[in-house]
Design a protein. Structure first.
Length: 468
C-alpha cells in the first residue's frame, strides 16, 4: 500500500521530511505504510539490529536520487542505500528514522559495447540479467555471487562481492572501471574511465567499491567485460579428510593450473544437500572438491587436475562428460547454503578468507569449534582463493543455542585472523563484523578510514552505524 501525504505520519519532523521528498518525487516513489516499510528494514544477516524507516524511496532517475540526498542533508536525516537485500552482514539494515533509498527501480542496462568491451548499467540491474544480456554479444561478465539471480550490480559494488569464478577471473572490484556517484550533499561525481587503461589521479572508483554505501550512492557503473569463454566442464573428487582435499588445492595452485572454479564442500554440507534435494552425493566422503575448466580442451585439463587429486589421496575422481553433468554437480554447490539453513532453521554465514596454504587449518579449527559448542557448522569454500563460508546452523528460538552460535561465529573470525586471513572476503563488514574491523586493520588504519568517511560524508548521514 502506498500512503498519501494525508495518510502518512504527521509528527513535525516526519511530516516535513515527507513533504520535502514528495515535492520532487512522484507519489508512488515514496512508501510510508509501516506494514510495507518494515519489509525493507533488514538484509539476510542474523544478529543484526535494525531500526524503523521514516520512509522508503524508490527513485528511477539520477535526479531523484540527488533530490533525496539534498533533502536528507538539509534535514540531517540518515540515508540507507539498498539493493536486493541479499547481503549477509547487516550492511543494508535500516537506521531508526532513516530514509531507505532502494535502488531496485534503476534497473536499465544503458549500453553494451563489444568493441570497448564494456557495459554501462544502473545499480538495480540484476547480476544474472546482465550476464545473459552480454552473452548475446559474445561477451562475459564474470562476477557471479551465489545469489546472482537476485542480487543487484549496485549491491555487488557496495560489498565488492565475489563468486564461484573468482579463482580465475577475480572479484567485482576488478571489473568496475568507472562510477557515477551521488554524494551526501546531492552533488554528482564521476570517477574512473571507459578506457582499458587510465591512471589519472587517485583511484576513487576502487574506494567506492566495497564501501557499503557509506561514502556515496552509486547510480551508474561502467563495467569491464571479457570474451565469452568456452563452456566449462567440471570434475568432482572425494576425499577421506578435509586436510587431504586442501592438500589437493595446494598442489593444483602450485602446479600453475588455472581452473575456472575450485570449490569445496565438507561432509556436513554434503549431507545437508542430500537431505534437501536427494542428489545422491556420497555421504561417506569427508570433503568433496569441485573443479572446472573453461579452456579449449577442458577434458585434458581435468585429467591433469584429477591426477593431482589422486596424488593427494582422493578416493574417487569423477569428471563430467558434458555440460549437463557439469551443471548437476554445480547445482549441489549452489544449494549448499539453502540446505544448511534447513538443518536448524536459521544460519549465520561467516566469510573468513585465509591464505590457501592455511585452508586445511581453518577447516579443522572450525570442526573443533563446532564440537566445543555442540553445534552443526558446515563449511563451503571458494577453495581456490581461500575464501571460506563456515555456516553455523541454530534454532533462533533457543536462547542458549543462539548464544553459542554467536560465540562460535566470533571464534571462527578470530581463527581466521590467527591464520593470517581476513574477517571478510566478499560479504562486507556491515553491522555484523564492525567490532572485528578494528582488530584487523589496527588503530592507525581505523583512524585513516574514518577520516575518508568524514571527507565524503561530514554529517555522517550515509548508512550510519555500518562498517565503523
Amino acid at each position: 500500500m502506498i500512503m498519501s501525504r494525508i495518510e502518512a505520519p504527521r509528527d513535525e519532523v516526519t511530516g516535513n521530511l515527507l513533504d520535502r521528498l514528495l515535492a520532487g518525487l512522484p507519489a508512488e516513489a515514496v512508501l510510508t505504510d509501516p506494514d510495507v516499510t518494515v519489509s525493507y528494514a533488514n538484509d539476510m544477516a542474523s544478529f543484526c539490529e535494525a531500526g524503523t524507516p521514516a520512509a522508503v524511496v524508490l527513485p528511477r532517475t539520477v535526479e531523484e536520487v540527488q533530490h533525496v540526498m539534498r533533502i536528507a542533508t538539509e534535514l540531517r536525516v540518515p540515508v540507507v542505500p539498498q539493493g536486493a537485500r541479499t547481503g549477509l552482514s547487516g550492511g543494508a539494515n535500516a537506521s531508526e528514522g532513516c530514509i531507505v533509498l532502494s535502488l531496485i527501480k534503476m534497473d536499465r542496462i544503458l549500453e553494451i559495447n563489444p568493441v570497448d568491451r564494456i557495459a554501462v548499467v544502473e545499480p538495480g540491474v540484476i547480476n544474472a540479467a546482465l550476464s545473459r544480456a552480454v552473452n548475446e554479444h559474445g561477451l562475459y561478465y564474470p562476477p557471479d555471487p551465489s545469489s546472482w539471480e537476485m542480487c543487484t550490480i549496485g549491491g555487488n559494488i557496495g560489498t565488492a562481492s565475489g563468486g564461484l569464478c573468482c579463482v580465475k577471473y577475480g572479484v567485482t572490484a576488478e571489473y568496475v572501471l568507472g562510477l557515477d556517484v551521488v554524494l551526501a550533499d546531492g552533488r554528482l561525481m564521476t570517477t574512473g574511465r571507459r578506457t582499458a587503461k587510465g591512471v589519472a589521479g587517485y583511484d576513487l572508483t576502487r574506494l567506492f567499491v566495497g564501501s557499503e554505501g557509506s561514502l556515496g550512492i552509486v547510480v551508474r557503473a561502467v563495467l569491464a567485460l571479457k570474451p565469452q569463454p568456452p563452456q566449462q566442464l567440471v570434475l568432482a573428487a572425494e576425499f577421506a579428510s578435509a586436510s587431504a582435499a586442501c592438500d589437493a588445492v595446494c598442489r593444483i595452485m602450485e602446479g600453475g593450473h588455472v581452473p575456472s572454479l575450485l570449490e569445496l564442500m565438507d561432509r556436513t554440507t554434503v549431507k545437508a544437500v542430500n537431505a534437501l534435494a536427494n542428489m545422491g552425493l556420497p555421504e561417506t566422503t569427508e570433503a568433496l572438491l569441485l573443479a572446472g575448466f573453461d579452456t579449449s580442451d577442458p577434458a585434458a585439463d581435468l585429467a591433469a587436475l584429477g591426477a593431482l587429486c589422486e596424488a593427494a589421496g582422493a578416493t574417487q575422481v569423477v569428471p563430467a562428460d558434458d555440460l549437463a553433468e557439469s551443471e548437476l554437480l554445480l547445482q549441489a554447490r549452489r544449494l549448499s547454503l539453502t540446505a544448511l539453513e534447513a538443518v536448524r532453521g536459521v544460519t549465520m554465514i561467516d566469510d573468513v578468507c585465509v591464505p590457501r596454504s592455511r585452508l586445511g587449518d581453518l577447516i579443522e579449527g572450525v570442526e573443533r569449534i563446532a564440537e566445543k559448542h555442540q553445534l552443526t557448522i558446515g563449511v563451503v569454500a571458494h577453495a581456490g582463493d581461500g575464501n571460506t563460508h563456515p555456516t553455523v546452523c541454530f534454532d533462533a528460538g533457543d536462547a542458549d543455542e543462539s548464544r553459542r552460535a554467536r560465540e562460535s561465529f566470533d571464534e571462527i573470525m578470530a581463527l581466521g585472523l590467527e591464520l593470517g586471513g581476513t574477517i571478510t572476503g566478499e560479504h562486507g563488514v556491515g553491522i555484523l563484523k564492525k567490532e572485528w574491523l578494528a582488530r584487523e586493520i589496527g588503530p592507525v588504519g581505523l583512524e585513516m578510514q574514518r577520516a575518508i568517511k568524514t571527507a565524503f560524508d561530514p554529517l555522517g548521514i550515509l548508512n550510519p552505524g555500518k562498517v565503523f
